[in-house]
Ligand binder design. Sequence first.
Ligand SMILES: Cc1cc2nc3c(=O)[nH]c(=O)nc-3n(C[C@H](O)[C@H](O)[C@H](O)COP(=O)(O)O)c2cc1C
Length: 208
Amino acid sequence: MELDPSTINQREMYKLMIGGIVPRPIAWVSTLNREGIRNLAPFSFFNGVSSSPPALSIAFSHTSDRADGRKDTLRNILDTQEFVVNVVNETNVVVMNETATNFPEEVDEFAIAGVTSTPALLVKPPRVAEAPICFECTLHTSVPVGEGPGSATLVIGLIKHIYAHDDVINERGYINIDQLQPIGRLAGHGYCTIGRRFDLTRKTYQPD
Ligand SMILES: Cc1cc2nc3c(=O)[nH]c(=O)nc-3n(C[C@H](O)[C@H](O)[C@H](O)COP(=O)(O)O)c2cc1C
C-alpha cells in the first residue's frame, strides 16, 4: 500500500503517525506560569537531540482549547524559558495520565494529581519526586511547524542539570533499564513496558 499524505486528511494522518512512530518515550513536563502556578503534563513527541550541547526536543500540537492554540506547557516555556522533563516509568504512569486532562490554566496539576514536587537545582519549575530521571532545561529554540489544527511547535531545550535516582545508574555510568522500567506510548490509549531485549554489535566500515 502506498499512502500519499497530500490525499489524507489530518485526523487520518495523525492516526498513521501515532501508530507508526512507536514506541515513544514520554516526557512528563513541569513548568510554571508567569504567576508561579505549577503545571504538569505528558508529551510523547519527545526525543533527544544532541549531547554537546545536551539537548532534547518536544513537539506541542495546536489546541483549539486556547485562543492562541498553545497548550499551557508550551505557553509557560515560551514565557519563562524553563522546564523540567520528568521520565515516565511503571511506577508513575497511572498518575501521569491524571495530568493529561486539559485543566484550566489556574489549576495546579501537581496538587490535583497528588504528585510530589521537589525543587529542581538550576531551574524554577519543580521536578517530580516520583520520576527516576529528571532533565532540567532552558529553552534553546521554538520552531512553528504549520498553522491551525494538526500543526505543532517544536521546542528544543538545553539540558542544564540531570537528577537520577541512585539505583538507575550503575557504577560504569550506564542507565540500568531494569531499575528505570520505562514506559512507551503507542497509538490510541496504548502503552507498553520493555519486552524482550537483545544486543546487536555494529560493524565499522573497513576500506580494502
Ligand atoms: C501519554 C501522552 C502523551 C502525549 N503526548 C503529546 C504530545 O506529544 N504533544 C502534545 O501536544 N500533546 C500530547 N499529549 C496531550 C497533552 O498531555 C494534553 O493536551 C495536556 O492537557 C496538555 O496539558 P497543558 O495544557 O497543561 O500543557 C499527550 C498525552 C498523553 C496522555
